[in-house]
Ligand binder design. Sequence first.
Ligand code: NAD
Length: 247
Amino acid sequence: MSIEGKVALVTGATRGIGKAIAQELGRQGAVVVGTATSEKGAEAISAYLAEAGFKGRGLVLNVADAGDIDQVVKAIQDEFGAVQILVNNAGITRDNILMRMKDDEWDSVLNTNLTSIYRVAKACLRGMTKARWGRIVSVSSVVASMGNAGQANYAAAKSGMEGFTRALAREVGSRNITVNCVAPGFIATDMTAALPDEQKAHLQAQIPMNRLGQPEEIASVVGFLASEGGGYVTGETIQVNGGMYMG
Ligand code: NAD
């Protein structure tokens, strides 16, 4: 039992957690389509997949653009077959305290991190339903449970993602489709590299394991949920944060 040959779509796979997930699914034998927001990014994904000997390639997809999604999912189906593993990884932060938050900062985070998963999942579900096998894994955040000052938009989007996951899991469970989230804590990627040193030290002090996580430590849990072995886990959010949030 394996995911060998199943088509996996990983959004935002150019770097960080998304790249590690694409590599993990490739290692398990899936045909991996990783998306980027630019042609150059898509080429870089194709290059790292090819270099590792994995099947699949990079494609351009802006998940915030409703118009692109159906087209890209159809293009994947035509080239490789229906998407059976969807990993909603693409995400952004636009931090600000609420009193100063602009509508654009709210809308772009909600659109990219939450509305996109509704659209991409909807586009992929028909194929999963037909195959009576599917895995949807969305990358949430510890911020969904803990909150974080300056991230009301991000916390709302990630909490929404977890609620969406529980609802969809109930809708599609009988079709042998699982729907879950993985909620990373503080992971060493470009997203966190941009934080001021003082803030990083403060965050690290809250982690019982006293270190940042690595993208591969998120990818391995996503890989489990995508695998046959994870087939009876659904509607869950798995916290992967070095003990930062013991809920
Ligand atoms: P990153 O900034 O390194 O990577 C984000 C990826 O998303 C990039 O490939 C980027 O191109 C892509 N992306 C952004 N906007 C997009 C759009 N509109 N359409 C398509 N792709 C888009 O970040 P990361 O740290 O690897 O984060 C990956 C996911 O993990 C995000 O959902 C993030 O919220 C979540 N997360 C990260 C951390 C962390 O500590 N790094 C913690 C919790 C959750």
